[in-house]
Each structure stands twice: as C-alpha cells, then as structure tokens.
Write a protein that binds this ligand. Structure first.
Ligand SMILES: CC(C)(COP(=O)(O)OP(=O)(O)OC[C@H]1O[C@@H](n2cnc3c(N)ncnc32)[C@H](O)[C@@H]1OP(=O)(O)O)[C@@H](O)C(=O)NCCC(=O)NCCS
Length: 334
C-alpha cells in the first residue's frame, strides 16, 4: 500500500483504477453505467481552492502485472475529511479496506481533522463495513433514477410552460452568467439554513460559486442550469442544476434544486425541472438517465420527481465518525 498522486500517476495506473471501479460497480450497483477513462485523472486530482485530496492505493501482482486492488481518498474540507474507499470484489474480506482506512485515520489525526464522513450506498457491503467500525448514520436520502426513454415529452412540454405570470425561465449550459451570479448565490444561501448535511459540494457565495463551477469544468463535469427569474425584483426565484460527467455521460447527476421561500406554490419546481429535461434531450444526445437524491422528508420535491417519472432506487446514507475514536479503535484492533 502506498500514497498515490493521481495528477502524476502513470496512465496504466489510472486505467487499472478504472477497471477496479467498474468491477465494484458491476458487483454492487449493477444497474449503474460503467465509467469511462475520459477526464478520470482530472476527476481524481482536481479540487476547489483551499481543499486537498490525499489518496492511497493497495496493489497486487508485480512488475507489469501490478494492478490496483483498493483505493482510498480523503477530501479535506477544513477540519472534516470526506472518505471514498473501494476494494475490487476479488480482493474483499482480506482486511484491505480496514488497512487503507487505518492509514487514512492516522494521517487525518496528524493533520488535525476532527471527523470523517462517507457516503454509503444502501444494500451494499459498505454498510456492514462502516457500521462495524463505529460510523453512525447521520442523514439518509433516497436515490431515484429517471429513464429518458420513459418520459412523456408532450406532457413535459406542457409542465415547462405551466408557471405563474411574473416569472420567466432561462437555460444556461455551462453555468449561470456572471451578471446573475450574485442573485444565484443568494438563492442558494437561503437553503443552507435548512439543515441539509449533504456531503456533496454546494456553494452559496458568488466567489465560491464561481470557483465551484470552474472546478466542475476542470473535473470533466459539465453543469447545466435552469433558473426562474422573478421579473419584478430580479431575484432568482428558483434554480435547478444537472451535471453531465465525462466519466459516465449516459447518466447525469441532479445537483441542487431550490425554490425560494417567497416563490413557492407558483409551479416553479415542476416548470424548471421539466425545462431542464427538454433542454438536455437536445444538448446531450448520449444521455439516457438522470439520477437525483432526496430526503424522504422533502415530500413536495419527491412528488414532483415522481410526476416526472423518477423511480426510487436505493437509500444513500451520510455516515460520520470522530477521527480520534476511529484511529483508537483501529489501533486497538492492530
Ligand atoms: C466496503 C468495502 C470497501 C470493504 O472492503 P474489504 O476490503 O472487503 O473490507 P475488509 O476486508 O477490510 O473488512 C473489514 C471488516 O468489515 C466488515 N465487513 C466488510 N465487508 C462486509 C460485508 N459484506 N458484510 C458485513 N461486514 C463486512 C467485517 O467485519 C470485516 O472484517 P472480517 O472480514 O474479519 O469479518 C468494499 O466492500 C467495497 O469496495 N465496497 C464498495 C464501496 C463503494 O465505493 N461503493 C460505491 C460504488 S458501488
């Protein structure tokens, strides 16, 4: 096992990691699309200013047959570390993940990180692994997937038009334009108070938002934005963000959807999401699915997603643990 830098790693190692990632997907999430090599190095290496990612790999074989069996990276956000860890199905239950995590926990302790978080996919071996180590589930969402082949495009076009007077809807491939950035960030800041513990990045001040969009582009992830403008005030009343990653361009990720408190009840959520799907259909001809994550408690958003044709897939948990506690537990186990 060794520390690993994806920015400078030989291409053969990036390819080996891709093979392992795809073997993990085939075993644990067989309905998910496999990943492609496109921008994978950048996906692994690029971070936001002020953030760092530390990676390790566990290898098997020797000489030219060396391949990556396990991979762990910790994204450091202030004093929190977000872990991503995977082990090839052929190398499981041999203590590889535990060893990788032990190394990461020691380093995290040295770096003054107080807690580690991780996204755990329901119904996979990761649940047993993290629970055994004392991680606690802090937040849970449901992932839902929409198959574009099942969409009623005629009904969707009607939904996109059905928005109260006084608002208009705009589509911005690549991100919001500079003159809307402040109003856009303000709309995002409003929901920061809603207690969402999501580990996925979200940016609610204009400079941070600009950096976040640039980082997405560097990582090969293309953002698409639809927003509803309140004509009288110029406020961004609602927004929805979808990202099409170069690594799996057939399945897009829904990021934030937000409707400002003063603008709820005017059909904005439905209209902006419907417009987004209509635009994606022509902008991304390879796209066949969109996936989204929602808290079960968010009943109104879940209802709109169901109307659009999203089908619940599985639970997705945010787990966390105190670093000192984890390091102590792993030290004690040897
Ligand atoms: C979770 C994961 C990292 C575990 O890797 P691993 O190398 O098999 O784990 P370890 O051998 O270090 O296991 C350590 C302990 O965790 C627990 N554990 C691991 N897998 C488990 C399972 N399937 N069920 C219950 N407990 C489990 C056991 O207590 C195990 O100790 P034991 O084998 O002595 O009983 C691996 O299954 C994996 O890569 N999952 C996919 C994670 C992922 O990225 N998912 C997202 C894309 S699908």
């Amino acid at each position: 096992m060794r520390e690993w830098n994806p920015r400078t790693a030989p291409s053969a190692e990036i390819e080996s990691l891709l093979d392992t990632l795809n073997a993990v997907l085939a075993a644990d999430l067989p309905d998910d699309p496999l990943w492609q090599i496109d921008s994978l190095r950048e996906y692994l290496a690029e971070t936001m200013p002020g953030e760092r990612r530390i990676s390790w790999v566990a290898e098997a074989g020797s000489g030219p047959s060396t391949h990556i069996l396990g991979h762990l990276n910790v994204l450091i956000l202030g004093d929190i570390g977000v872990v991503e860890l995977l082990v090839h199905p052929n190398g499981r239950r041999q203590g590889l993940a535990r060893t990788l995590l032990h190394t990461a926990a020691r380093r995290a302790r040295q770096e003054g990180i107080s807690s580690l978080g991780v996204e755990v996919v329901g119904g996979t071996p990761a649940v047993g692994f993290y629970e055994k180590l004392g991680f606690a589930r802090e937040y849970v969402e449901t992932r839902s997937v929409l198959s574009l082949a099942a969409v009623d495009w005629f009904a969707l076009a009607a939904m996109a038009r059905n928005i109260s007077a006084g608002y208009h809807v705009e589509f911005w491939p690549g991100g919001p334009p500079d003159d809307l950035l402040e109003a856009y960030a303000k709309a995002k800041a409003e929901v920061r108070d809603d207690g969402d513990l999501d580990l996925r990045p979200s940016s609610s001040d204009p400079q941070r938002l600009r950096e976040s969009l640039a980082c997405l582009h560097r990582r090969g992830m293309k953002p698409y934005i639809v927003l509803a403008l309140h004509e009288r005030t110029g406020e961004v009343a609602g927004l929805t963000e979808v990202v099409v990653p170069a690594q799996h361009p057939t399945r897009a990720d829904q990021y934030d959807t937000i409707v400002g408190r003063d603008h709820r009840g005017y059909g904005i959520d439905r209209a902006i999401k419907a417009r987004m799907l209509l635009e994606l259909r022509s902008a991304e001809p390879k796209l066949s699915e969109v996936q989204t994550w929602n808290a079960q408690a968010n009943a109104s958003m879940v209802r709109v997603n169901t109307e659009l044709g999203f089908q619940a897939d599985r639970e997705w948990g945010d787990y966390g643990i105190n670093v000192a506690e984890l390091a102590h537990r792993l030290d004690a186990d040897g």
